[in-house]
Design a binder for this molecule. Structure first.
Ligand SMILES: Cc1cc2nc3c(=O)[nH]c(=O)nc-3n(C[C@H](O)[C@H](O)[C@H](O)COP(=O)(O)OP(=O)(O)OC[C@H]3O[C@@H](n4cnc5c(N)ncnc54)[C@H](O)[C@@H]3O)c2cc1C
Ligand SMILES: Cc1cc2nc3c(=O)[nH]c(=O)nc-3n(C[C@H](O)[C@H](O)[C@H](O)COP(=O)(O)O)c2cc1C
Length: 775
């Protein structure tokens, strides 16, 4: 085959040498517009996994790269006058020039034709090629030519960065944060050879412009950075080698995804590789790794399917299918890390203390968890746990066990919770006339015995017509009050847990069947008229609600106040106002369900008017020493609906009205929603609201083990974690998770003590390697 790689970066060169090596009969050419030893950029970092595949595919290249590598384990944070260092992180770095030169030399050795200083205008220049590799980088001309086929989606990110070098040799991957009068800058610094370190400086567009950097030339912007990071540079200079870039040489990162990666142009098959197919932000340093992995996979497919022209279509299809999955995974992690650096100045840097800032930074991609940090650097993590515990009011003696973050207490108004785990409200649809019975006593009682610090019964409705189903709990009469008192007294006298109450009104989602008879389906008999912000049914088949009048509002307001007075007298420890999931108050907040043109519709202020009125009225009768939270749908997951930005605006309003916590859920507002589920999928909303609005939060959603909760609490992404479904599966979730991570201080009910040692031993036995005995 005749193969031409347009672009001699890591992707083009590595693919060329692998193909020539695997099948020397191929005629392989790499065409590069630069000169051989001419390249922009400084060092790049790699993972051990990529090196392992490189060793397998071409030991010679791998060896040459490994000799030129710089390996380091430490990460150092320079922040607010402190230097904090952790170890065990394992990176390797190499100069980009050095790496390209190694690849070029190996290409020559294997017989690849290298053509330099030729700026290719299009693939038609190589009409005799069977295969054209578009390895011409992020601004690929070839991809642009076939944009209607490849359908590139390039999302330009808001931050600005400049890729510089310095002759100072840093001995750790260093992150240096500096505040100016306009905001924060950060430098990502790592050494890649005996004399040089990469020094990338990044900031937001606003700060960049506020300093007038957009008007500077390269020398001026380098001088600006030298001055800003003078303390860290310690007399060393910053250098640029991006002479090909105009202006100040600051760039915006573009996140690239392509819908298709290959195309037959009539003569040749053209395929995208490396940065021309996809990009991953430098915050997790994976662009070169992805380019190398692409080259390996395409070669592997030729080996598997056949090194002949006829096999090309099948090879390209298989290459794209396999690489897409890995690329999406890396892009996901890179996105989290990139977004962290985009918001760091406005969200974390001014408020977090250096210790917690370091933890937040280390876990920015959400791929490194609490226990993973323990494996990397036990000493540092234990030091951090001690610091965190002290902030939470626990001060263990030097040799005493330190509780991990989820097992530290949390105080809010007059309420002290023993740990950070909450049993999230979950409708059980098992009440008669709204009255909790033995089922609720056993269900909630056993979960309160299971170790959670705070237990919520399901959404409790303020009037008969506020119920979702005839089986929902309610609090509007004495029979309900008496039954709730029995439950609350049991929990207070028999367990260490506290109990909160979530008050709500179903709105347009009312008068439906219980879940197991048809979730959201309207009752066939015995339904009741519905009210909502606007006269929009939830499903096409749902009862159409009446748009609330002021009289309706007054009645609902009075019902909320009366239910709150009952909750207060019963002795609930905390109150949550349910303003999420498309129920009545949520229907006012979302523009998808609130089409009103009076003072209760339109702007954020108007949409929040009635929910805030209810909140204030309830807060006024709820005792001052007991906290109140508000549950919000922080994302409607549907075009035109509320986004986390809107949720932050509402969170600020509720905070100003006296809310102590925001419980950050999402969705269930409209049936057509398109949520993106995943591990901890709602935690970013809690993170945003907690750290931007400076209000304590509850994170909820797919938090299913201690490691998740510890990572969230330790990083300051929430103050409490609500755990719902795992508590249905296991009432003793908290006791079991404590045992699993070896936290011995978690109390068990005294009646159950004799089971504890056996449970812990069984866990240890299950974790130990099996002993295989001969028959
Ligand atoms: C600030 C910054 C920091 C980074 N840090 C890291 C890191 O730490 N680790 C990491 O793995 N990655 C990092 N990257 C990303 C990494 O540089 C790229 O992902 C990687 O180089 C992609 O390789 P490639 O071969 O696909 O493209 P490139 O390396 O961009 O190579 C494309 C080549 O094609 C040539 N070319 C383009 N058009 C033509 C044409 N028309 N004719 C002829 N030749 C042409 C170019 O001159 C270039 O040599 C970083 C990127 C940036 C911007
Ligand atoms: C059976 C069931 C009933 C639920 N009922 C309520 C409810 O009454 N009020 C509420 O705010 N959320 C309710 N939810 C949502 C949960 O509180 C929680 O937010 C959601 O299940 C995500 O958490 P998880 O991933 O830990 O299950 C319910 C969830 C389930 C599974």
């Amino acid at each position: 085959m005749r193969i031409v790689c347009i672009g001699g970066g890591p992707a083009g060169l590595y693919f060329a040498l692998l193909m020539k090596k695997q099948h020397p009969a191929h005629q392989v050419t790499v065409v590069e517009r630069n000169r051989p030893f001419d390249t922009f950029g400084w060092g790049v970092v790699f993972s051990d996994a990529t090196m392992q595949s490189m060793r397998q595919w071409d030991p010679q290249t791998a060896q040459a790269i490994e000799i030129a590598f710089n390996h380091w384990d430490d990460i150092e944070l320079v922040f607010k006058g402190r230097r904090i260092r952790t170890t065990g992180h394992g990176f390797v770095g190499i100069g980009r020039k050095k790496m390209l030169n190694i690849l070029q030399e190996r290409c020559i050795e294997l017989g690849v034709e290298l053509v330099f200083e030729r700026d290719v205008q299009g693939d038609e220049e190589f009409a005799d090629a069977d295969l054209v590799i578009s390895s011409d980088g992020v601004n690929s001309r070839i991809r642009a030519k076939y944009a209607d086929v490849f359908k590139p989606d390039m999302l330009m990110r808001p931050n600005r960065y400049i890729w510089l070098g310095t002759d100072k040799r840093f001995d750790a991957f260093t992150f240096d944060f500096r505040r100016t009068e306009h905001g924060w800058f950060q430098a990502h610094i790592y050494r890649f050879d005996d004399t040089t370190s990469t020094f990338i400086v990044e900031t937001t567009d606003e700060v960049f412009k506020a300093h007038g950097i957009d008007k500077m030339d390269q020398d001026q912007s380098v001088a600006f950075c030298e001055n800003l990071f003078a303390e860290t540079l310690d007399g060393h200079r910053l250098m640029t080698n991006a002479q090909h870039l105009r202006g100040s040489a600051w760039l915006n990162f573009g996140r690239l995804i392509c819908e298709k990666w290959s195309h037959f142009n009539g003569n040749s098959h053209v395929v995208l590789m490396g940065d021309s197919a996809h990009t991953a932000h430098f915050a997790i340093g994976s662009g070169t790794k992805l380019a190398i992995d692409d080259a390996i996979e395409l070669t592997r497919q030729f080996d598997l399917i056949g090194h002949d022209k006829a096999s090309i279509p099948a090879v390209l299809a298989a290459y794209e299918e396999i690489r897409r999955v890995d690329v999406a995974r890396i892009q996901n992690a890179a996105r989290n890390a990139m977004e962290w650096f985009e918001v760091v100045g406005t969200r974390y840097a001014d408020t977090l203390e250096p210790e917690q800032f370091m933890y937040s930074m280390l876990t920015r991609s959400q791929r490194i968890s609490h226990e993973n940090l323990r494996l990397r650097d036990r000493n540092w993590l234990e030091g951090y746990e001690r610091w965190f515990a002290a902030r939470a009011g626990v001060d263990p003696a030097p040799n005493d066990a330190v509780p991990s973050p989820m097992f530290t207490p949390f105080r809010i108004r007059g309420l002290t919770l023993k740990n950070r785990i909450v049993v999230s409200p979950m409708a059980m649809y098992s009440a008669t006339d709204g009255v909790p019975d033995d089922f609720h006593l056993v269900h909630l009682g056993s979960r309160a015995m299971g170790g959670a610090a705070l237990v919520f019964p399901e959404m409790t409705c303020v009037s008969p017509d506020a119920r979702i189903t005839p089986g929902c709990l309610g609090l509007w009469n004495d029979a309900q009050s008496a039954a709730f008192r029995r439950l609350v007294d049991f929990i207070h006298t028999q367990t260490p847990a506290k109990i909160g109450l979530q008050l709500g009104h179903a709105g347009r989602k009312g008068a439906t069947k219980v879940a197991w008879e048809g979730i959201d389906q309207p009752l066939e008999h015995g339904g009741w008229p519905l009210i909502s912000a606007s006269a929009l049914p939830y499903l096409k088949t749902s009862v159409v609600p009446r748009a609330m009048t002021r009289d309706d509002m007054d009645r609902v307001l009075a019902d909320f106040i009366a239910a709150t007075e009952r909750a207060r007298d019963i002795g609930f420890d905390m109150l949550e106002l349910h303003a999420a999931h498309g129920y009545l108050l949520s229907s006012f907040l979302s523009p998808l369900t609130n089409l009103r043109d009076d003072e209760y519709g339109g702007s954020h202020e108007n949409r929040a008017r009635f929910p805030l009125e209810v909140f204030r009225a309830v807060r006024a009768v709820w005792p001052q020493d007991r906290p109140m939270s508000v549950r919000l749908s922080a994302h409607d997951w549907y075009e035109g609906g509320n986004t986390p930005e809107d949720a932050a605006i509402f969170a600020q309003m509720f905070k100003d009205a006296g809310a102590d916590m925001i419980d950050c859920s999402s969705g269930q507002v409209v049936k057509e929603e398109q949520p993106v589920y995943g591990r901890l999928f709602q935690t970013p909303f809690s993170d945003k609201i907690r750290n931007e609005i400076q209000v304590p939060t509850i994170a909820v959603g797919a938090i299913s083990e201690a490691d998740h909760a510890n990572s969230i609490i330790a990083a300051g992404r929430a103050d409490l974690c609500a755990v719902a479904r795992p508590h249905l599966a296991d009432p003793f979730f908290v006791m079991h998770e404590a045992a699993r991570i070896g936290y011995a201080e978690q109390p068990w009910p005294k009646q159950y003590h004799s089971a504890r040692a056996q449970y812990v031993n069984n866990l240890a036995r299950a974790a130990a390697p099996a002993i295989v005995s001969k028959p």
